[in-house]
Design a protein around this ligand. Structure first.
Ligand SMILES: Nc1ncnc2c1ncn2[C@@H]1O[C@H](COP(=O)(O)OP(=O)(O)OP(=O)(O)O)[C@@H](O)[C@H]1O
Length: 878
């Protein structure tokens, strides 16, 4: 059920059609302490306030709270065997943007001390030293004996290793290894550490790199030639495979049959001996059809590009001007400073220009955005101009990105490429901004290309007049970070969006990771004859070999001091340091940022609970800066292109293997060097099995001296109690959703309380009963619970000067923040039925209601301008 707040409908209750409220139950009459008099004073008319708490039959219970992407209902997560949890889209990740200051819930504040464990720390150090020594002994041929791996890691940065990496990459790019030969794969199967290849080129230019590579070789991992390989110059060796497809509802809707086309095409298929064929676009492909014995019923092609998977080179030898692009596009490309195509661009451009659907996989930071934007722009250029009399000019290209930052970035790249095509307009629609503003902007400006986040796009489809009609002219649909968008968290929105665009269209799916599950369901979006262009050779690393990856395992209560030491060490070694610290949830991010700020590090923080304007500002600043640390949740995990990031630290479990790879991919972009550290607690170590094919090595823990420990303790005691409480609750919610940890609730609570102690708290903070219920943690020993009161959110237009006169339990927001505040409160465990919004603008309230209803099912809105009475908006759309 979807109730619109039309101006005429402002007066609720008796006059509303009974059917509209059939599923609602009148809630308690809510009086807010003191709020009515204040509002009454502000308004020249008599003010009444009636609240209607509505309840959606059966839905309340099913909407479980989680700090993780979306609720903990088991159906909404797909668990991987290794214990990974494929996180669904978070309420807080992108759709639920939350006002920072609104999170100031009153709580009993108490500060504790940091419990440290020197003995454990020392034991860890000793163990790691031993392990390190063993490794050293085994190494034998390593020229420079290192005191320990951590020092070596630091040393490599000191030696200026990073400096010339970019060059080495462009020099060696070529068509590195395009295809793994049988010989190489056999080597791999035998566990040989270094594939023998008939290749030319440089292995590594830096000694440090060599030493790292040596380490990898010892581990039997895929150390490889870098930036070189068999030079099939001017050629591309792909192979093609087609197979039978089954029907799928969605594809039938699009008028074609499709199936889990990837299902039977395993990664080992790339070992198949193939025969080369010259394609008409000048691209050599290796046709695997006959070799695969799949001639019958073959429907799609899979084209691992032969070289890039084994090369860390991101540039190909092909120049943009060798491709049939419009002269004005070429001019813009030149202005952007791009001359040669990147490998993924070279591989995909000819295929996309031919109009084919493409799913492309290419490593992080290798130019996928241009790879899909450029041919999409060319497609628009080929279309006949729209007559002036057309009232609703179509949107031709729709790019969907999972986060706002990414959407903004893609739009900026599109604008660069459109520099000399002024008649083609790019617009962005993302959450956290006013729907009405976006509506106006789209009306007033050309919008042939639209970049959007899924939730807001769905909002426009449902609520913006004429928008659905404009989408009917769509020619190209792009899903950036496609695996994430097709994951459970976004799936419903994406399906709804796909249903709203024409079946006859070109679809492009791009990502650095394409797990098997996504291959199975990509037919939701793609045509049966699409091509899978994989520039990451199957069976080889999905990460860049010039990024050194390490993990450290330490008890939870050592994590904060260790993080501090790691950052200090890195800063000391890198004048131009630029670090990303990934935390598990938004509230943990906030806590860590507070702590590091207290420790006088140059910190910025970004997560979904920050207002969009703040996020944009911080993101822009970090892009341009050096000497800065960005503490972040997963809003920065994918796609965000921050140049020259020197170190990525991941604290705690990443949501899954893909997320680990994407987070790590914020460094090592465009062939640059970088470092990655994963900091885990001992009980999180199991995660390593899901990334065991990646060249990640265990590093001994750096020394944390007693002074440093005390310093961190002091800093922790300065962090506000409410931040610790929020972090504790968020931490509990996150790990509760992680199958391996959350399955044993008793153990989970023990660990959460360990986390609480690591923040310096003697007693764990109390958690709202409602939240505990939703997390399935009622009556688990070790938890403390509390009840919550109703809350009223005030739109601040008239009340901003009266903040101090508003009772404590109420909040003042501007209009965007009202929505965020509501979500924030729900995330904190407030019952949505006890959240009330007061505002003066019926239209905007309508907008808020419709946005919020996606995730929260009840908001009660009071329309005072007309002296109206409360109107209930419900989240139910069915
Ligand atoms: N042909 C090119 N030559 C040089 N630089 C390029 C070229 N194409 C793109 N770039 C630059 O490469 C950088 C990385 O590009 P982009 O962000 O599209 O990578 P990506 O593959 O999408 O990464 P991720 O997987 O993290 O999303 C950007 O700064 C972009 O401007």
């Amino acid at each position: 059920m979807h109730i619109k707040l039309l101006p005429q409908l402002r007066l609720l209750s008796p006059s509303l059609p009974a059917a509209s409220f059939a599923s609602m139950k009148a809630g308690p009459y809510i009086r807010s302490n003191g709020s009515v008099p204040i509002l009454g004073r502000m308004l020249p008319f008599k003010h009444k306030f009636i609240g209607f708490a509505t309840r959606l039959n059966g839905q309340t219970g099913s909407r479980s709270f989680s700090t993780r992407p979306r609720p903990s209902s088991s159906s909404e997560f797909s668990h991987k065997s290794s214990g990974e949890v494929r996180a669904s889209k978070s309420l807080i990740e992108d759709e639920a943007e939350l006002s920072d200051w609104v999170s100031e819930l009153r709580t009993d504040s108490f500060r504790g001390r940091l419990t440290s464990d020197d003995e454990q720390l020392d034991a860890d150090r000793a163990r790691n030293r031993d392990r390190s020594r063993d490794r050293e002994r085994n190494r034998g041929s390593v020229k420079r004996r290192r005191e320990n791996e951590f020092d070596s890691f630091r040393g490599s940065s000191r030696n200026g290793f990073r400096g010339n990496s970019g060059d080495s990459f462009s020099r060696n790019s070529r068509f590195s290894k395009r295809f793994v030969s049988e010989e190489e794969d056999n080597d791999k199967d035998k566990g040989e550490s270094y594939p023998r290849r008939k290749v030319h080129g440089v292995r590594r230019e830096s000694k440090n790199v060599d030493s790292w590579k040596g380490k990898r070789n010892e581990r039997g991992l895929n150390s490889r030639n870098i930036g070189n390989g068999s030079r099939n110059l001017g050629r591309k060796s792909n192979f093609r495979k087609e197979e039978d497809d089954d029907a799928s509802d969605f594809v039938e809707e699009r008028g074609r049959k499709d199936t889990g086309i990837w299902g039977s095409f395993s990664e080992e298929d790339s070992d198949i001996d193939v025969e080369e064929e010259d394609d008409d676009d000048g691209v050599f492909r290796k046709n695997a059809v006959s070799a695969l014995g799949l001639e019958k019923g073959v429907t799609n092609s899979v084209s691992p590009v032969s070289s890039p998977g084994t090369s860390d080179s991101y540039l190909s030898e092909t120049r943009f001007d060798q491709c049939s692009l419009s002269p004005l596009s070429l001019k813009a490309i030149k202005d952007a400073g791009y001359e040669n195509m990147t490998v993924v661009q070279e591989a995909t451009l000819p295929v996309i220009l031919k109009g084919k659907d493409v799913m492309a996989k290419a490593k992080t930071g290798t130019g996928k955005t241009v790879a899909f934007l450029l041919p999409a722009i060319e497609a628009v250029l080929k279309l006949p101009p729209i007559g002036r009399d057309v009232k609703l000019p179509p949107i031709y290209v729709l790019v969907i990105c999972p986060t706002r930052e990414l959407a903004g970035q893609a739009a900026a790249e599109a604008k660069k490429l459109l520099k000399y095509h002024p008649s083609i307009g790019v617009q962005v629609v993302i959450g956290g901004t006013r729907l009405a503003l976006e509506q106006k902007r789209m009306q007033a400006n050309p919008c042939q290309i639209l970049v959007a986040t899924p939730g807001r796009l769905k909002d426009h489809i449902e609520n913006t007049a004429g928008f659905a009609t404009k989408l009917k002219g769509l020619k190209v649909l792009v899903l950036d970070e496609a695996d994430h968008l097709l994951d459970m968290g976004f799936r419903k929105d994406i399906e709804r969006i796909i249903a709203a665009v024409p079946k006859q269209r070109q679809t492009l799916l791009f990502s650095a990771t394409v797990p098997e599950e996504v291959r199975q369901i990509c037919h939701i979006a793609l045509r049966r004859d699409h091509e899978f262009i994989n520039t990451v050779q199957e069976g080889t690393e999905e990460t860049h070999s010039q990024v050194r990856q390490m993990h450290m395992v330490a008890p939870l209560d050592n994590h904060f001091p260790l993080l501090y030491v790691l950052l200090k060490e890195h800063i000391a070694d890198n004048v131009d340091y630029k670090v990303l610290v990934f935390c598990t949830t938004a509230m943990v991010t906030k806590l860590v940022a507070n702590l590091l700020g207290e420790l006088n590090l140059n910190i910025r923080e970004i997560h979904s609970r920050k207002p969009q304007s703040y996020r944009t500002r911080v993101s822009d600043e970090f892009r341009k800066s050096k000497g800065l640390i960005l503490v972040t949740s997963d809003v920065s995990a994918r796609g965000v292109d921050y140049p020259d990031v020197t170190l990525v630290i991941q604290v705690g479990l990443p949501a899954d293997r893909q997320q680990y790879i994407h987070r790590l991919g914020r460094t090592g972009r465009k062939g640059k060097e970088g470092d990655g550290i994963l900091l885990l607690a001992p009980w999180e170590e199991y995660f390593l099995s899901s990334i065991k094919d990646l060249p990640i090595t265990k590093a001994p823990l750096p020394l944390v001296d007693p002074d440093t420990k005390k310093k961190v303790q002091r800093a922790l005691s300065n962090v506000e109690m409410k931040n610790k409480e929020s972090a504790y609750q968020a931490w509990l919610g996150y790990y509760n959703s992680v199958k391996n940890v959350g399955k044993d609730k008793y153990r989970l609570v023990e660990l959460a309380n360990e986390f609480s102690r690591s923040m310096g708290l003697d007693n764990p903070p109390a958690i709202p009963k409602l939240v505990l219920g939703k997390m399935g943690l009622k009556n688990i020993p070790g938890l403390r619970s509390k009840s919550l009161k109703p809350v009223i959110l005030y739109e601040h237009v008239l009340l901003c000067n009266l903040k101090e006169r508003i009772p404590d339990e109420d909040y003042i927001c501007n209009l965007e923040e009202t929505e965020m505040a509501a979500k924030n409160l729900v995330n904190k465990g407030y019952d949505p039925e006890l959240i009330y919004i007061r505002s003066l603008k019926p239209f905007d309230l309508y907008t808020i209601g419709n946005s919020v209803k996606r995730t929260h099912h009840v908001l009660i809105v009071e329309c005072m301008r007309t002296g109206g009475i409360g109107v209930s908006l419900t989240a139910a759309t069915t």
